[in-house]
Design a protein around this ligand. Structure first.
Ligand SMILES: [Mg+2]
Length: 272
């Protein structure tokens, strides 16, 4: 078995673009408000990383939202599916609009992926976005210099996170093995679960991600004590999900890649 890292699997929003993963929060907030079901930003962020239809469905089933349902207290399963379909149909065009405003590549993503490629490591991408959303995002990111060798969305494999099927399909498409030598990097617990379910090493990103949920400029405006508190909360959330390592942003991962490579060459496994 080759003792090196064949590929890194990167999430998109909150990892390589859209510092704070703001676009989906705004789009979901918009459609729920229009339906008369206000949801808080922390509640929206609770389900981030899942495929977007699953994200909306989980919100509709959350007790904080079911209380506001027209059919309170007990929506039927058929009503739940019907409202999920209705909101998901609204979500897609709204998200396409919101993407345009939050597609900036996170500092370091271009340089770090170039450094990984120079070490012979392939770049794969997974997301909770749909294919049309990702297609648009890939065009906007490529114009800023960021590309993956291949990225997949949940509908390509019939299920999103925490299932590992996007990773499995990418491994087949890119001729990558073993997955136990690959690294999944993302900003949500569901990213970490996806990586662990695929048998990979995992790195959770704190500062640029969903837990903190701030744009680069909002983050820079905070005092150091607040930044430190937010970082430790995000760190805890990702480690609770099982992350092997955490880093502030994609710009900070290269030392961890070297560390993982060292673990692999000395026979340590991601599952121990
Ligand atoms: Mg993300």
């Amino acid at each position: 078995m080759r003792k090196r890292i064949p590929a890194v699997f990167l999430d998109w929003a909150g990892t390589v673009v859209d510092h704070g993963s703001v676009a989906p929060v705004k789009a979901i907030e918009d459609i729920f408000a229009a339906a008369g079901l206000p949801v808080s930003r922390p509640l929206i962020r609770k389900y981030m990383g899942l495929a977007k239809r699953d994200h909306i469905r989980n919100l509709l089933q959350d007790s904080a939202v079911t209380a506001a349902w027209p059919s309170h207290p007990a929506p039927t399963l058929a009503a739940l599916e019907s409202l999920t379909d209705h909101l998901y149909a609204q979500f897609q065009p709204r998200m396409m609009e919101r993407l345009l405003g939050y597609a900036q590549v996170i500092p370091g993503a271009v340089e770090v992926t170039a450094a990984l490629r120079a070490r012979g490591i392939r770049i794969a991408g997974t997301t909770g976005y749909t294919r049309p959303m990702l297609d648009q995002l890939q065009i906007l990111a490529a114009a800023q210099g960021y590309t993956t060798d291949r990225s997949l969305t949940p509908e390509a494999v019939g299920a999103g996170r925490p299932h590992p099927y996007m990773c499995f399909q990418l491994a087949i498409d890119l001729r990558i093995y073993p997955l136990a030598h690959c690294v999944k990097i993302g900003d949500t617990p569901s990213d970490i679960e996806e990586g662990l379910n695929a048998g990979m090493w995992t790195i959770g990103l704190t500062r640029s991600g969903n837990s903190i949920g701030l744009t680069e400029s909002e983050w820079q405006a905070l005092d150091p004590a607040t930044q430190s508190t937010l970082l430790s909360t995000a760190d805890h959330e990702l480690r609770q999900a099982g992350a092997h390592f955490t880093a502030e942003t994609i710009a900070h991962i290269l030392p961890l890649i070297s560390q993982i490579e060292h673990h692999i060459t000395t026979g340590h496994s991601s599952s121990t």
